[in-house]
Design a protein around this ligand. Structure first.
Ligand SMILES: *[C@@H]1O[C@H](CO)[C@@H](O)[C@H](O)[C@H]1NC(C)=O
Ligand SMILES: *[C@@H]1O[C@H](CO)[C@@H](O)[C@H](O)[C@H]1NC(C)=O
Ligand SMILES: *[C@@H]1O[C@H](CO)[C@@H](O)[C@H](O)[C@H]1NC(C)=O
Ligand SMILES: *[C@@H]1O[C@H](CO)[C@@H](O)[C@H](O)[C@H]1NC(C)=O
Ligand SMILES: *[C@@H]1O[C@H](CO)[C@@H](O)[C@H](O)[C@H]1NC(C)=O
Ligand SMILES: *[C@@H]1O[C@H](CO)[C@@H](O)[C@H](O)[C@H]1NC(C)=O
Ligand SMILES: *[C@@H]1O[C@H](CO)[C@@H](O)[C@H](O)[C@H]1NC(C)=O
Length: 417
């Protein structure tokens, strides 16, 4: 290890971070494949997929799915509910905590109210978004919908799969009846876009939208298909000074730049990379950005920033709303400020340069790789290019790092299991 140059070591650090991401992305649970092993839950499984609840379950850690078998689902389907009401009913069967069989039988004080994914939608009135779990005599465990006056309609049948403490899939005897969850629900295109965003961490963006003509354009596109990328509150808040600096046209364009006039599900975004026109696009190659996925991570690249999709607020034909970790800055309105992201740490920081005359501070090799200044050229606009020789060196050191990593990976794999 000590023979490796500093840059290789930093590279290894970032590579191991990458490997960690890769490892855990693949290790995340997949409710569809868990249930697929049990044909008795095929209807329940099908409706988790159709309602997109499967995606939401997979994105969460620490979750319990209360499945019912096919006859139990038939009773629900016989009620002729809309798919949106079915979604509410099923989301009442997804508990936002981990309940393995053991924990179910050892609930403190013998009874508990568990918050569900229905509660998390924010549309569950009163206590209807909770499930009452109560230990009964004879080792039975009863389940009841929160709004149902403690009527414990269903009982625990068996544990289907437990991955402590990530996901527990259990079977309960029947669907929990709930007037509230079964009530007619507006479809996605009847949703109040800005209210939805406000309630889920994008209030600043939503408020800005409401105060602008952009809101109408968004609403006009709702019916025909719309995908919105909303920057999270802390991100958009710190961007506000720059936003206020834009002209009226610039403000409008920036807001419209965060919507695309088609519905793109998250899985579609993961699989279809390429240039997207936005609501702001008013000509060829204007106000567009590039969607690019890296495994499960979807990024949106403008010429100025690369934002990452961090969450799903709604993903249901014809409307997708996803949160992002950066404001999308179109090249039409912003100039690249910082040096272009290079495949190595920014050289300005601590690396010795010929310009600085101050004595070099002691730097750790990880922070300041042994860069050869001759290999870099800074443009007038401050961006840094790497020449061919450096690229080859980088390639070499990265493959070296990868080799070592693979070795470490293999040995730690066997230590773990
Ligand atoms: C989950 O598993 C199903 C079937 O096994 C598969 O079709 C789907 O792509 C998987 N989802 C993810 C997110 O890997
Ligand atoms: C259990 O019951 C005791 C006594 O009634 C109470 O103080 C405590 O808060 C309860 N614990 C929970 C988790 O409800
Ligand atoms: C759950 O329902 C049971 C039975 O109706 C009731 O006794 C218990 O108080 C309820 N539990 C909670 C936490 O509300
Ligand atoms: C639980 O999920 C976390 C994060 O996704 C992962 O790191 C961990 O390995 C998982 N645990 C198991 C037992 O799968
Ligand atoms: C949407 O909700 C906002 C509050 O967040 C409200 O001001 C607005 O009138 C609502 N729009 C519609 C069409 O209901
Ligand atoms: C706003 O514009 C002025 C003049 O162009 C500039 O000096 C200032 O730095 C800008 N402020 C922000 C926050 O971008
Ligand atoms: C900025 O960098 C680009 C790419 O290296 C170069 O083509 C362009 O001339 C530079 N712009 C200015 C203003 O120097």
């Amino acid at each position: 290890m000590q023979l490796l140059p500093g840059s290789a070591r930093t590279l290894m650090l970032s590579l191991s971070a990458l490997l960690l991401l890769l490892c855990c992305a693949t290790e995340a649970h997949n409710i569809t494949s868990i249930l697929a092993k049990n044909p008795e839950f095929s209807t329940f499984n099908h409706y988790l997929t159709v309602t997109h609840l499967a995606n939401e379950i997979n994105l969460r850690e620490t979750i319990t799915v209360c499945a019912v078998d096919n006859p139990g689902m038939s009773d629900l389907l016989a009620k002729g509910l809309s798919i949106y009401a079915i979604k509410n009913v099923l989301s009442l069967h997804i508990l936002l905590d981990y309940f393995g069989a053991k924990k179910l039988h050892q609930i403190t004080n013998g009874t508990a109210l568990a918050a569900t994914m229905y509660q998390a939608t924010g549309s569950a009135p009163g206590s209807s978004g909770f499930v009452n779990i109560t230990d009964l005599k004879g080792g039975k465990v009863g389940f009841g919908a929160g709004g149902n006056d403690g009527d414990l309609t269903a009982t625990f049948v068996k544990s289907v799969e437990e991955i402590p403490y990530n996901i527990s899939v259990i079977q309960i005897s029947k669907i929990l009846p709930s007037e509230e969850a079964e009530a007619p629900t507006p479809g996605p295109s009847e949703q109040n876009l800005t209210a939805l965003m406000s309630a889920h961490g994008c209030k600043v963006f939503a408020d800005t939208l409401v105060a602008s003509d952009a809101q109408k354009t968004y609403e006009d596109n709702l019916e025909g298909g719309l995908t919105v990328f909303c920057p999270m509150d802390d991100v958009f808040k710190s961007f506000l000074p720059k936003y206020k600096n834009l002209t009226a046209d610039g403000k409008l364009s920036l807001l419209l730049y965060h919507g695309i006039p088609v519905y793109q599900s998250l899985s579609l975004l993961k699989s279809s990379n390429g240039v997207m026109n936005t609501l702001a696009t008013d000509g060829a190659k204007k106000y567009d950005f590039t969607v690019q996925n890296d495994g499960e991570v979807v990024t949106l690249k403008t010429k100025i920033v690369t934002a990452r999709i961090t969450g799903t607020l709604l993903d249901e034909q014809p409307l997708g709303i996803f949160t992002i970790d950066k404001v999308l800055l179109p090249k039409e309105l912003f100039k690249a400020e910082a040096p272009a992201p290079a495949p190595a740490p920014a050289p300005e920081a601590d690396a010795p340069t010929t310009k600085k005359s101050s004595p070099p501070a002691p730097v750790s090799p990880a922070e300041a790789p042994n860069e050869d200044p001759a290999d870099q050229t800074a443009d007038d606009n401050g961006s840094v290019r790497y020449n061919g020789g450096r690229f080859v060196a980088l390639l070499l050191s990265s493959s070296l790092g990868l080799l070592v990593l693979v070795k470490i990976g293999i040995s730690s794999y066997f230590n773990f299991y």
